[in-house]
Structures are given as structure tokens and as C-alpha cells.
Design a protein around this ligand. Structure first.
Ligand code: ADP
Ligand code: ADP
Length: 229
């Protein structure tokens, strides 16, 4: 589903690359934690997957597309296949939960009757059915993140990318959010979670892809945060 072949990303010619000769293969239906300290290249990898930025060298394939040759006019179609959630939720403050989620479909031109059908379904998947009429400021952090996940998933993407999704949440709420991501993964969605939340990585024991100074230093099934000797 996501392949990096010897990918290097340089933001500037004079500094070390943000990503150096990285090769990984994330298959359909995988769940991977992308870990590493701040500045190790995690966000760079996620931004390369959505073609927000382009690689300096190497090949990237996402959902059957070669991002080197993908014309700019096809990038919106690529992004329909990828849901993204962030640490800071990025919800529309003046819209209700339902409106926030519906908006993701409106911009794709989905018909009104379809939106009315799809939004309640996805709110149920993230256990938000009772909060449909609330606005973000009336929700806890965990609830806001579930709205963001619902918004990312309502277009039924093949891939869900999460950039530090538990960064603003307490431990119990973080666990709940990763359980929601796990539930989404079980429906067949490929999930990649960039994080430096050691506790959740050790709790869920998924594939661990570790970066250090832009280099891939570990790719391990059922990994923990700290590499076992
Ligand atoms: P992480 O997500 O693991 O914190 P990033 O991918 O954000 O790491 O950053 C990797 C490296 O690339 C860091 O050294 C960072 O300073 C640099 N970097 C990230 N974005 C830019 C940018 N837009 N311009 C220049 N350097 C950048
Ligand atoms: P936490 O501190 O655990 O992040 P909050 O104290 O923000 O959570 O919220 C606890 C509960 O109260 C949540 O279920 C949230 O939906 C509800 N809540 C918070 N603020 C409001 C509000 N202004 N109106 C209605 N419900 C609210």
C-alpha cells in the first residue's frame, strides 16, 4: 500500500537530509507505529506520502500510484485515498460534530442524501453518536480527536495517517484513541501512526518503524519503543 525505495529528502542543499535513503513497505491492512525523537523525520515521511512535499531521490508508491510521475492534477484523487489526523485535531470551531464530518464529503461533491446516510455511520464507528450536535469546545480532547478521526475516515480512505494523535491527550484517553485506530485497522484500513508516545507503542505492540536522524534504524513486527537487545 505504501512503498519507499531509497528515499532521500533534502529541504536545503547545505544541511543534512531530513530523510536519508529510507526503504520501507507497508502492506494493505498493516498497522505501524513510526517512531523516533523530534526531528528524526517522521512528519517528513507522512508529508511525502500525501505529496505535500516531493522526494529529492528515490521512489514512493502509495495506493498503486507512483508519486514521482503522478501529475499534480491527480493529487486530489490520491488524497481521497488517505485520511490524516493531527495532534491538534484541526476541527472547525463554529461547526457541530456532524457538520465537521459532513464538510469532508461536501468538498468532494458527495450528494446530500449520501452525506446524511454516511455521517451517522462513521460517528457510530468512533462511538460519537450521542454528541452529533456538540461543537468542538463542548467536547473533551479525546472526543475532539474522535471527531477528527471520523472526518478523516468518512470518505472511506484505504490509508489512515496519524501525526502524534495522542500528543495532547492524557494516558487513558490516548489508549482509547489508539483502540479506535485499531478498530479502523480491523476494517481493512492501512494505519500509520507517527508518535513518540512510548507508553502506547509498548501497550499495543504493533510493527515499529524507527527513524534516527532521517535514517531507518529499525523495522520490527510486534515491536516495543526501545529496541530489545
Ligand atoms: P519529526 O516529525 O520526526 O519531528 P521532521 O520530519 O519534522 O521530524 O523533521 C526532520 C528534519 O527536517 C528536522 O531536522 C527538521 O528541522 C527538518 N525540516 C522539517 N521540515 C522542514 C522544512 N519545511 N524546511 C527545512 N527543514 C525542515
Ligand atoms: P477532559 O478534562 O477529560 O478532557 P472535559 O472536562 O473537557 O474533559 O469534558 C468532560 C465531559 O464533559 C465530556 O464528555 C464533554 O463532552 C463534556 N463537556 C465539556 N464541556 C462541555 C460544554 N461546554 N457543554 C457540554 N458538555 C461539555
Amino acid at each position: 500500500m505504501i512503498t519507499f525505495e531509497n528515499v532521500t529528502k533534502r529541504y536545503t542543499v547545505s544541511t543534512d537530509p531530513a530523510l536519508a535513503d529510507v526503504s520501507i513497505d507497508v502492506g494493505r491492512g498493516d498497522f505501524a507505529f513510526l517512531i523516533g525523537t523530534s526531528g528524526s523525520g517522521k512528519s517528513t515521511m507522512l508529508q511525502l506520502m500525501t505529496r505535500q512535499i516531493t522526494a529529492s531521490r528515490g521512489a514512493i508508491l502509495v495506493a498503486g500510484r507512483d508519486l514521482r510521475t503522478l501529475p499534480d492534477r491527480h493529487v486530489p484523487q490520491l488524497r481521497r485515498d488517505i485520511g490524516v489526523v493531527f495532534q491538534d485535531f484541526r476541527l472547525l470551531e463554529n461547526k457541530t460534530v456532524t457538520q465537521n464530518v459532513a464538510f469532508a464529503l461536501q468538498v468532494l461533491g458527495t450528494k446530500r442524501h449520501r452525506i446524511k446516510q454516511m455521517v451517522p455511520e462513521i460517528l457510530e464507528l468512533v462511538s460519537l453518536d450521542g454528541l452529533a450536535k456538540r461543537r468542538p469546545h463542548e467536547l473533551s480532547g479525546g472526543e475532539q480527536q474522535r471527531v477528527a478521526i471520523a472526518r478523516a475516515m468518512v470518505k472511506k480512505p484505504q490509508i489512515l495517517l496519524a501525526d502524534e494523535p495522542t500528543g495532547n491527550l492524557d494516558p487513558d484517553t490516548s489508549t482509547e484513541i489508539v483502540k479506535v485506530l485499531e478498530r479502523i485497522n480491523k476494517t481493512g484500513t492501512t494505519v500509520v501512526v507517527a508518535t513518540h508516545d512510548e507508553r502506547i507503542v509498548d501497550l499495543f505492540r504493533k510493527r515499529v518503524i524507527e527513524l534516527h536522524n532521517g535514517k531507518l534504524v529499525r523495522d520490527e513486527q510486534l515491536g516495543s519503543y526501545i529496541a530489545e537487545p
